[in-house]
Every structure is written in C-alpha cells, then in structure tokens.
Design a protein around this ligand. Structure first.
Ligand code: GLU
Length: 478
C-alpha cells in the first residue's frame, strides 16, 4: 500500500511532509493529502492526482504549523478521488488519521458506528477506524493514545497509521501491523514514514515499528513504545547506513527485484479477508452477486494480454480441475478482431494489472454487446476495466513499478485460485477434504514463498547455467 509521512518539531511541518511525499512518489499512488495542526486548530487538504496538484491547491492557503501528517493513497476501498483521499477525520474533525493497508472488518464496524450516530463521508475502510477511535475516546476516560490502542484491538487487517489531534498539538501516535512504518528521531524533532526515504536527510536514527506496536511521540515526553495489548517495550534505535537511492528500492538493485521479494506480502494482501479456515470458506465479495452465473456457466473465456494472459493459462488449469468448467484463454488483441462466438450463458473474465489495457477493454465491450457476463480481475481500483465489467475482484497487490510483471501476476493467480475454489465448492466438484487442504495451503503460502526466496543465490546459479546453455546453443558458444 502507499505512503505516509509525518513530522513533529520546530520546523514548518507542511514543507517537510510534502517533500517526504514527493520522495515516496516512486511507490505509485492515485491521490495525496495533508493535515496540519497549529495552535489547537487543524487544516486538511486533499487532492486526487499528483503531489504537485496538492501543492498547487495549497498555494494560497495557510499551511503553517509544527505538526503534520501526509499520505499518498493507493485505493483499495473506494475510488481514487478527493473525498476518499487521506487524511480522514473523526466526526468532530478533531482527530485526523492516515492509513496504509486494509481494514478487513470495516463493514461490521461501520454498521455498528452508524447505529451510534456516526456519519461517513468517504467509501474508505480508513474513515471507519478514525470514527472508532473517536467513539472510544469520547465514551471513556482514556487519553487519545489509549483510545487508538484500544481501537486497534478491534481491528482485523493490515495497517500502518499515524494519528494526530488538535487537542494534542505535541503528539504523534503511530502504529503498525503488516504494513511498514519507521520513526525517525532527530534533534528535538520526530518523523514517521512508511519507509526511511523521507527521513534520511534529517536523521539517521530510526526505529522500525514491529507488528502490533504503537508509539506515542511527543517533544515534551519523548518516544514511548507499547504493544497494542499495553505492554511497554524498549525501542531499538538503529543507525541507517543506506543511501537514498538504495532506500527507494527497499535496498534492492531494481524495482523488479523488490517486487519479487514483496510477493509473500502481496499474496497475503490479495487473500486478506477472503479466506477463512475456521469457517472453511472462500468469499470474494466483489463477485458474490454473480456467483450463480459462474456456477451455471457453460464455459469461461479468459481475455487478457501479456503476463495477465499467462495468469489466465494457469487459471484454465485451476477452473477445469477444481470447478469443472471448460475454459478458453484468449489473447484480447486477437479476440477483438475475430468474430468470436459468445453466448449469453458464457462468463468472460478479463484480467489486467492496470485495468486500462486497451485491447482487453475493447474485447470486454464486444463480449458485453453479445450479452455475456463480464468479470474483471485487476489491481487498480476504479480503473476502466473495473467500471466496464459487471463485477470483479481487485488483486490488492499494491503498485507495480517493474515493467515485467511479478507480484501482480502472482496476485492474479491467487484470485483465480480463490475463485475456482469458491465455485468448485458451490458446485460440489471439489471434495470438502481437498477444499480444506487447499485452504490451509493458501493460508500458509507466504511462509513457503519466504523459504523459496531465501534460495536466491542458488536460483541465480541455476539461471546462469541456463543463460550459458542458451548462449551455447543459439550462438554456438559465442
Ligand atoms: N485502504 C485504504 C484506502 O483505500 C488505504 C489505501 C492505502 O494503503 O493507500 O483508502
């Protein structure tokens, strides 16, 4: 998920946060925003598009203050627009929060909060969390830090968050679970960010928060660390030795390598909230209204281009084996120029990382004219394919910068696996025993991937052997 920057100290917080957001631009994002606290008042500015759009928008505004949080968003819940952009605020606008990740149980929490009178402005999972904090804060004698801590105990999902309030103009609250967050400790100033790139030019002393940790940071009282269960921890302050350029790539030589290593996490994110071992089920909420169509489909047609087409080839094996539905995998660019035979009871599944692949979009339109049911699998929320299809599933792999697809591909295969399992179970084409075994396999796949990725040196050696074989046979050893 995307970027967070926060600052508390004597300098102009807005300038540091904006510069930090620009440093995080390489991660990809769809909108950005800041919240600035000054003398017990808070101002929030948000804009769809680039950080530069946010800068232009705030040109004539008062952005002074010594406490600020900023965010670059990669939408998972709700379209990329000004309202859904972060920071989000409590109903009384006193508490502001930025969040990277996904709150899985947001809809249940939202319903409960609505019953208690909370009104929501955005479609995001994040806004629910800031209202939950407000609810706990107002109805208990807890301070803001404990209210945040208690709220996090009710949250299922992944988060890196930073919270500020105009009632606490000397306090940053930061917490993480399954989404990275770093705290920078400078001379009389503090920083938070989703990686060290925005921090390194100010201080090399950082604390990487661990899962389930929450930090209370104040100029007066310093840096305090606890677990969300209220156990005090001693922060491990480390000195960074990395350079900015290496940091941007997470310490890897190339974005592609970084994305390869992100796969255990991105696969986990694409399954988040969708599988339950205890209930023994798979639920893809985005397609549940069309589940019946899939169950009764005479055949499936996958349309895609490039790497997504290869994901479709794997999907063919999965659907035929698990859900016993015949599958055809079509290259979208060929499909659109033929006169393909498509029937009303065909289900067409369009796969695309960006959700903007022109050939795939054209093929969707053609299949729609012929009355097929269209399901999308894509990574970018609100993309054209997600709008043109009847329903779909987002892969939630996070932005992919490498041109050769890696983590987006494995996330697509993950969704196809879950989809075929869901349909196979409904149709009874997979035994309960096998389904449950697959469920366990899927829920532990990230651990296996970590082990595979540790074989990096061996994989490199094997790749070199193949490379020399290819050179030998194609070029005659030249
Ligand atoms: N789930 C949140 C949203 O859709 C956060 C996305 C992010 O990590 O940028 O707004």
């Amino acid at each position: 998920m995307c970027g967070i920057v926060a600052y508390l100290g004597p300098k102009n917080a807005y300038e540091i946060v904006i510069k930090g957001l620009q440093r995080l631009e390489y991660r990809g994002y769809d909108s950005s925003g800041v919240a600035i606290v000054k003398e017990k008042s808070v101002k929030v500015f948000k804009q769809k598009g680039k950080v530069q759009d946010l800068i232009d928008f705030t040109k004539d505004k008062d952005v002074n203050g010594n406490l600020a949080i900023g965010h670059t968003r990669w939408a998972t819940h709700g379209l990329p627009n000004n309202v859904n952009a972060h920071p989000h605020q409590s109903g009384d606008k006193k508490i502001s929060l930025v969040h990277n990740g996904i709150i899985e149980n947001y809809s249940i929490l939202k319903e409960e909060l609505e019953l208690r009178g909370h009104k929501f402005k955005s479609e995001t999972d994040t806004e629910v969390l800031v209202h939950l904090i407000e609810e706990i804060y107002k109805n208990s004698k807890h301070n803001l830090f404990d209210a945040v801590r208690l709220a996090l105990n009710e949250v299922i999902g992944a988060y890196a968050i930073v919270v500020i309030s105009n009632e606490y103009p000397d306090e940053l609250i930061a917490a993480r679970k399954s989404s990275p967050l770093v705290v920078g400790i400078g001379e009389g100033e503090y920083f938070c960010a989703s990686d060290a790139t925005p921090i390194i030019e100010y201080t090399k002393n950082v604390v990487y928060l661990e899962d389930g940790e929450i930090a209370q940071i104040s100029l007066k009282n310093g840096f305090k660390l606890k677990t969300i269960e209220n156990q005090t921890k001693t922060p491990y302050i480390q000195e960074l030795e990395m350079h900015l350029e290496t940091l941007e790539k997470g310490g890897y030589d190339h974005f592609m390598l970084k994305e390869i290593y992100e796969q255990p996490q991105s696969i986990l994110d694409s399954m988040r909230g969708r599988i339950s071992i205890s209930k023994g089920n798979v639920v893809l909420g985005g397609i549940s209204d069309y589940e019946e169509k899939l169950v009764n489909a005479k055949r499936l047609i996958f349309i895609a281009c490039g790497t997504s087409w290869h994901a479709g080839l794997v999907g063919e094996y999965l659907f035929e084996e698990i859900a016993r539905i015949p599958v055809e995998v079509e290259y979208a660019s060929e499909f659109r120029y033929r006169n393909p035979i498509i029937n009303e009871d065909d289900v067409v599944i369009a796969i695309s990382q960006s959700g903007e692949t022109a050939d795939t979009l054209a093929a969707i339109k053609l299949a729609k004219e012929r009355k097929a049911t269209l399901i999308g699998i894509c990574n970018v929320v609100g993309s054209s394919i997600s709008r043109e299809t009847h329903c779909g599933s987002y892969t939630h792999a996070g932005p992919e910068i490498g041109v050769a697809s890696t983590k987006a591909f494995t996330a697509q295969v993950t969704i196809l696996t879950l989809m075929s399992m869901m349909i196979g179970k409904r149709k009874g084409t997979i035994s309960n025993k096998r389904f449950n075994r697959l469920l366990v396999e899927m829920s532990t796949i990230h651990e296996k991937l970590e082990i595979v990725l540790k074989q990096n040196d061996l994989i490199e050696k094997i790749a070199k052997i193949y490379q020399s074989l290819v050179t030998h046979f194609i070029w005659g050893g030249a």
